[in-house]
Design a protein around this ligand. Structure first.
Ligand code: XMP
Length: 319
């Protein structure tokens, strides 16, 4: 009979068999898949594993600190924190086309990853948190934005380029099974239950040109929104929820003054696999309270809208 505990033991055995006494590099994104892969491989081979966490400066509030604390301090996993926010944000200056943004980030991501990975001497393997649906998706879709799903963190083509062999211990699993395996490995529930987060990060939640100012406003609004969702006990019912900062300023009033600040859109969807999605039917009370909190607590935003587009015809992300 099949249990997660026996799957884990079997996966550990296979990793040891494949890797022997060689060194493994794992790209850590902070997402569930790469986190579970890293912890599993660390259980199998300990300090033969080094993780590289590419911080592109497009993460959510406190996210980088949380990832570093979790893996370095809690799990004692050797971790390189590649803090390259200046590089990414500099390269994105003046760029507003969504595809150019994605490509710029993807290209730099690979460069940076490679630069840091090269510092790990004697590495022969590259670990990736590829899931079963990724394996299928990469062969069965043509055209459309879904092609780029995962292409960012599952650094396509890189293993060959670097002469590394792949370790993909999650290749047979679906998302819910990865979560179960994460629980089996003792990863905290807050990490396991996390909503998916795209490789290009906040860049695709900031339509138009990115600025540090807009990113900071977006981070703060997003944190308030997620706090609201958690406080109302809705987080686990939702596939993904986030704020997008709109490339438009609108007029408002606050006290006896006129304001001229950014508008934002709240997004929340339910979904099974991200391929189709329905917008989440929040109550008007929830939406009203959240709008009030964001406008009161986040300087730079004076208007909040709710995105009621399902997928299709919309995508989940805004770019
Ligand atoms: P869309 O916006 O295409 O998103 O409906 C579907 C799911 O994929 C995620 N997504 C990405 N994930 N790299 C990723 O790792 C990407 O470039 C990317 N684009 C979208 C999105 O967050 C949603 O879960």
């Amino acid at each position: 009979d099949w249990t997660m505990a026996s799957y884990r033991d079997e996966a550990i055995r296979k990793i040891r068999e494949q890797v022997g006494n060689k060194r493994v590099i794992c790209g850590l994104s902070g997402g569930v898949d790469s986190s579970v892969a890293a912890v599993l491989i660390h259980e199998a081979i300990g300090d033969q594993l080094t993780c590289v966490f590419v911080d592109h400066g497009l993460l959510r509030q406190n996210e980088a600190e949380e990832v570093v604390t979790m893996f370095r301090d809690n799990y004692n996993i050797p971790l390189i924190h590649a803090d390259e926010a200046d590089l990414f944000i500099g390269a994105l200056e003046g760029v507003s086309d969504p595809e150019v943004k994605r490509k710029t980030i993807g290209r730099l991501f690979i460069d940076v990853f490679q630069k840091y990975a090269n510092q790990i001497e004697g590495a022969e393997f590259l670990a990736q948190g590829t899931l079963y649906p990724d394996v299928i998706e990469s062969v069965s879709f043509s055209g459309g934005p879904s092609v780029t799903i995962k292409s960012h963190h599952n650094v396509g083509g890189l293993p060959e380029k670097m002469g590394l062999k792949l370790v993909e211990p999650l290749r047979e699993l679906f998302k819910d099974e990865v979560r179960a395996l994460g629980r089996e490995l003792g990863l905290p529930e807050k990490f396991i239950g996390r909503h998916p987060f795209p490789g290009p990060g906040l860049a695709i939640r900031c339509p138009g040109e990115i600025t540090r100012e807009k990113l900071e406003i977006l981070r703060r609004a997003d944190a308030v929104y997620i706090d609201q969702i958690r406080k109302h006990g809705l987080y686990d019912e939702i596939w993904q929820a986030f704020v997008a900062i709109l490339p438009v300023k609108t007029v408002g009033v606050m006290g006896d003054g006129r304001t001229y600040d950014y508008a934002c859109a709240l997004r929340a969807v339910t979904s099974v696999d991200g391929m189709t999605a329905d917008y989440y039917p929040f109550t008007h009370e929830f939406l009203g309270e959240t709008a009030t909190r964001i406008i009161n607590e986040v300087k730079g935003i004076n208007r909040v809208t709710y995105d009621i587009t399902s997928k299709p015809p919309g995508t989940i992300e805004w770019e």
